[in-house]
Design a protein around this ligand. Structure first.
Ligand code: M6R
Length: 359
């Protein structure tokens, strides 16, 4: 049941420290990633990676693909529903990763089946043992987030992004041509602090106050660059899904190519800064602020964007690879509290199903 919580969504947001501890458990040893089903050397033949997913899982896939891309591994992230028309060439050295919480999403199953037909090797990153995807692919890695009841995916985004980053590092470590990040050890070490840092956010968040402050706005924008980009997209998806208010997520640099026309004092802009490549987020946030928009920085306390922002949601200091996940928890809370203020049926938004088994 929901226990002490009013909604499953809130319970699941608060369950993230435990979920993440389970996700990580036993998977980092002596500065290396170890994945039970996929020992060292499992990926030596891979020369390209495709990730296929929908919705929140698609955002987690963009997040998790970043490490592969920066290591120079050929990587594409594809919306599963578009696989047939947009996927690049595939052969037996292509690894197609289906990212799906439920393991039952028709679009994602369709894409991974098509990839297998074209000759790719397949891997599932899923939450559900025994799901259709897990049965059909060559290998499966479980995110171990525990059951998720709320239609809005929360803890599974966090566990997917971590699992995919670990899978990415396992692939990079197996490939001679891939560029190992200089600070792999620091990155893997800081992962063990993540559950506690999520806890810290849950205990100190200002999200409820901010939700109250901005609830009457016309539209809600979320911007981010680099790893902040999938977090901005996810922030907007969650917001529209459960509040029924208009929300959009953009790559920071794209604001001035059109969406800026919508910006007024009625469009708060959440600027997601992860401590990585954030210059564009700050400059574009300032452009929006000049047009009257309130800026909410979602960033570490010491980040330069905080000086210009009208409000701040704090992200504990961590390695830039994980900071976006913490920012995302703050945005989950903003959506939750906004939807609660509007008295929406948070766990079962209208027109949506937990798993979408039609194409
Ligand atoms: O089970 P899956 O991860 O394959 O589901 C994919 C999407 O349908 C899902 O993430 C959806 O976008 C969520 N309701 C978002 O909160």
């Amino acid at each position: 049941g929901k226990g002490e919580y009013d909604h499953y969504m809130k319970k699941e947001i608060h369950n993230q420290p435990t979920a993440l501890s389970n996700t990580i458990e036993g998977r980092v040893e002596d500065g290396e990633v170890s994945l039970e089903a996929l020992p060292e050397g499992s990926f030596t033949d891979v020369d390209a990676v495709q990730l296929v997913a929908c919705g929140t899982s698609y955002h987690a896939a963009i997040y998790g693909a970043q490490l592969l891309k920066s290591a120079g591994v050929r990587t594409e992230v594809i919306r599963a529903s578009e696989y047939d028309s947009v996927a690049g060439p595939v052969d037996e050295n292509t690894l197609t990763i289906a990212v799906t919480q439920s393991g039952e999403t028709a679009d994602t199953l369709g894409a991974v089946r098509e990839a297998a037909d074209r000759g790719a090797r397949t891997l599932a990153v899923t939450n559900v043992v025994g799901s259709t995807v897990a049965r059909e692919v060559d290998d499966a890695v479980y995110i171990r987030a525990g059951p998720e009841v709320g239609v809005a995916a929360t803890k599974t985004f966090s566990s997917q992004a971590v699992t995919l980053t670990l899978v990415g590092q396992r692939i990079v470590a197996d490939l001679d041509h891939a560029e190992q990040a200089e600070d792999v050890e620091a990155m893997l070490e800081s992962l063990s602090d993540l559950p506690e840092q999520v806890e810290q956010i849950l205990e100190t968040t200002d999200a409820e106050r901010l939700a109250k402050q901005y609830i009457d706005s016309q539209s809600f924008f979320f911007i981010g660059n680099g790893l902040g980009n999938p977090v901005a997209l996810e922030g907007a998806l969650k917001f529209k899904e459960i509040t029924y208010e208009h929300a959009e997520g953009f790559a920071s640099g794209q604001l001035k190519h059109g969406p800026l026309a919508l910006v007024t004092e009625q469009t708060p802009v959440f600027a997601v800064c992860t401590g990585g490549d954030d210059g564009k987020t700050k400059t574009n946030a300032i452009e929006a602020q000049t047009r009257g928009a309130p800026i909410v920085a979602v960033s570490p306390d010491e980040h330069p964007v905080v000086d210009t922002a009208d409000a701040h949601l704090s992200v504990p200091d961590t390695h830039p690879v994980w900071a976006g996940l913490l920012a995302n928890v703050q945005l989950q809370l903003v959506s939750y509290y906004a939807a609660d203020l509007l008295d929406r049926p948070i766990d079962k938004p209208r027109n949506l199903a937990k798993s979408v088994t039609v194409e």
